[in-house]
Write a protein that binds this ligand. Structure first.
Ligand code: AMP
Length: 320
């Protein structure tokens, strides 16, 4: 498949790289790295990375302007399982589409699709692609890939952190060295206000008997702490490894988009079916949905608590 992807890239003079809405570091880094690596190897091609930017990730790299018309162009979509969540793309303008993704399969929308839902990140798959094809790269491209990978694996915390992944990372660090501490600063430096909001979340999280932790972060709270809705929603990742909590949820009001972002994480039960039932989706242990009201969000909470109840009962039956 990687050979076929490279052959297709070679065929087009204009290539656009896109990813999902609600940008995160893996989505952004995979698209920027792919853009840069194609440009690096084929300087005569016109390669761009498009999508809605985010102030929070502006220092990671620059996106390109969306053009009105593309002709005889190739579209590559990274880190996105379904068409409806691809950011800023009119599919009808592209002659061919390639998908590179690590989410569970939702639908097919490309002639070539490389999907591995066991991969830690879309960036890991791009790394494998580069090793396989022998395309040239430099340290800044390697740094982008490392950033996306570290972010989506939450610093190698998950089962996706296999010996193969560490070997791949080791290969990149050895051959394309970059400053690790500055890389971590780009990913993890945050204002004191956000840390204070984290304190609020910890203090106000409701925890059910079954081990479900949930908290609503209203627009008033967002304003009180002086943070933005996207940063508040991303805090979900900081609440792993709480003894009493197996599944945790933040319900963040997003006034600008008139929606509630429901973000779900688990270190036990599979949660993406519940997210899918409420028109969301995602990975087995990291999912989300976007709903219109807090009442709808609370329905997700109820469903998750039932999943946990069954999970806990099964655990007791099995003697765990
Ligand atoms: P979140 O932490 O809320 O950004 O969501 C975690 C993951 O869930 C995302 O990376 C997506 O894979 C998935 N996800 C979130 N919202 C949706 C949605 N509305 N539809 C499908 N998948 C979603």
């Amino acid at each position: 498949m990687f050979d076929k992807i490279l052959e297709t890239i070679k065929k087009y003079d204009t290539i656009v790289v896109a990813r999902h809405i609600g940008v995160d570091p893996d989505a952004l880094c995979s698209q920027l790295a792919l853009r840069d690596v194609i440009q690096f190897n084929f300087p005569e091609k016109k390669v761009s990375a498009i999508g809605t930017g985010s102030h929070k990730f502006a220092h990671i790299g620059k996106l390109d302007k969306l053009e009105k018309n593309y002709s005889h162009a190739l579209l590559i979509v990274t880190d996105t399982p379904d068409k409806r969540r691809v950011d800023s793309v009119d599919f009808s303008q592209f002659e061919e589409v390639i998908k590179i993704d690590h989410h569970p399969f939702v639908e097919s929308f490309g002639r070539l699709e490389y999907i591995d839902d066991k991969a830690s990140s879309a960036c890991e798959i791009i790394m494998r692609f580069l090793v396989h094809t022998g395309l040239q790269l430099n340290s800044s491209i390697a740094e982008l890939l490392y950033m996306g990978l570290v972010s989506d694996s939450n610093r190698f915390l998950f089962d996706s952190s296999t010996p193969e992944l560490f070997a791949l990372v080791s290969y990149f660090l050895k051959n394309y060295p970059f400053d690790l501490s500055s890389c971590y600063q780009k990913l993890y430096l945050r204002p004191l206000n956000e840390v204070r909001l984290e304190g609020y979340i910890a203090l106000n999280m409701t925890v059910t008997e079954n081990g479900l932790g949930y908290v609503s972060i209203t627009n008033d709270i967002i304003n009180e702490f002086g943070v933005d809705s996207a940063s508040a929603g991303n805090m979900i990742n900081n609440f792993n490894f709480i003894k009493e909590v197996l599944v945790w949820v933040t319900m963040t009001e997003d006034v600008k988009n008139e929606q509630i972002r429901v973000s779900i994480r688990s270190r036990g039960p599979v949660i993406n079916q519940v997210a899918e039932k409420h028109h969301g989706g995602g990975h087995k242990f990291a999912s989300g949905a976007r709903v219109k009201t807090m009442e709808e969000a609370m329905k997700i909470i109820e469903d998750l608590d039932k999943v946990l109840e069954t999970y806990q009962k099964e655990g007791i039956v099995n003697g765990n």
